[in-house]
Design a protein around this ligand. Structure first.
Ligand code: C2E
Ligand code: CA
Ligand code: CA
Ligand code: CA
Length: 279
């Protein structure tokens, strides 16, 4: 038994070494990714069902790794946050989004608002508002082109500071959207206090519509309360007609999900989405 214990121990040690090595090499690669232009954005339409117009598009980060192919953000955002690289990456995402809006406008397209994900670390950075102001100036865009998506947990700490940051962003014309709504603990009174424009019902609730009565009840309650507070709601991860009908019948009018479109690279947005909305 003792021998087996030692073997196990060695197994864990080598397993931990392996993980540490993988993490280290990913960190090195990620530092390179920025320099070597391996990061890119995909865009996913958010559709308004009333007029079937694309109200906005969410910019979603991708990493084209030279050896491992296209990597999703869930695989590297944490590491970027832990190493502080998220500051540079986040700034790149903001600038790239603004440059893309500008490029599309110059090509004559009517471009809806772009929604950008902010990491909690970015949101708390003292320079956030100044950074965004500078990027808007550099690219000659107005703040109302942008929606910033933040998660509920960011609203709970340092309330005074959050209020100030949100006021400054609003003064620039930027909309604020609460991402993954329903997974955290924010009360609706917070949303009112912060004058939030939109909340996005997390995909986990949408995907359980019809077979999980509790999730269905939560969605119905969120929609009813948001309606009272005059806050828009986007349902994320809508994949089926059944989900769409349920949500629409409970007063949700904005949708994002594979049912309408997957996140697409810019050229495909041009050939597939712009053709629909800029005929
Ligand atoms: P999120 O903000 O909740 O983004 C929605 C995720 O759901 C995206 O995953 C999107 O591709 C996926 N999705 C959309 N519609 C459907 C659907 O119908 N079915 C399913 N199964 N999935 C759907 P993605 O692109 O892998 O992004 C994952 C997360 O990474 C995002 O979750 C966001 O938290 C984070 N992220 C993405 N881009 C950025 C960024 O630029 N900065 C930061 N800080 N985080 C980002
Ligand atoms: Ca998001
Ligand atoms: Ca989300
Ligand atoms: Ca999510």
């Amino acid at each position: 038994a003792k021998k087996k214990g030692r073997n196990n121990c060695q197994f864990f040690k080598s397993e931990m070494n392996k993980r540490a090595n993988e993490r280290h090499s990913m960190e090195v690669d990620l530092r390179n990714a920025l320099k070597c232009s391996e990061l890119l954005l995909h865009y996913q339409p958010i559709v308004n069902i009333d007029d079937t117009k694309v109200y906005s598009m969410e910019a979603l980060l991708r990493w084209r790794h030279p050896k491992n192919g296209l990597i999703c953000p869930t695989k590297f955002i944490r590491l970027a946050e832990e190493t502080g690289m998220i500051a540079l990456i986040g700034e790149w995402v903001l600038r790239q989004s603004c440059l893309q809006i500008k490029a599309w406008r110059e090509q004559g397209y009517e471009v809806p608002k772009l929604a950008i994900n902010l990491s909690a670390i970015q949101f708390r950075q003292k320079t956030l508002v100044a950074d965004i102001t500078r990027i808007l100036d550099e690219t000659g865009l107005e703040g109302h082109c942008l929606i910033l998506e933040i998660t509920e947990s960011e609203l709970m700490e340092n309330v005074e500071e959050v209020v100030r940051t949100l006021q400054q962003l609003r003064a620039l014309g930027i909309e604020i959207s609460i991402d993954d709504f329903g997974t955290g603990y924010s009360s609706l009174s917070y949303l009112k206090r912060y004058q939030i424009n939109t909340l996005k019902i997390d995909r986990s609730f949408v995907c359980d519509i019809s077979d999980n009565p509790e999730d269905t009840a939560i969605i119905a309650a969120i929609l009813a309360m948001a309606d009272n507070l005059k806050i828009h709601v986007v349902a994320e991860g809508v994949e089926t007609e059944e989900q769409l009908f349920f949500l629409a019948s409970h007063g949700c009018f904005r949708f994002q999900g594979y049912y309408f479109s997957e996140p697409l690279p810019a050229p495909e947005i041009e050939s597939r989405i712009w053709k629909r909305i800029n005929p």
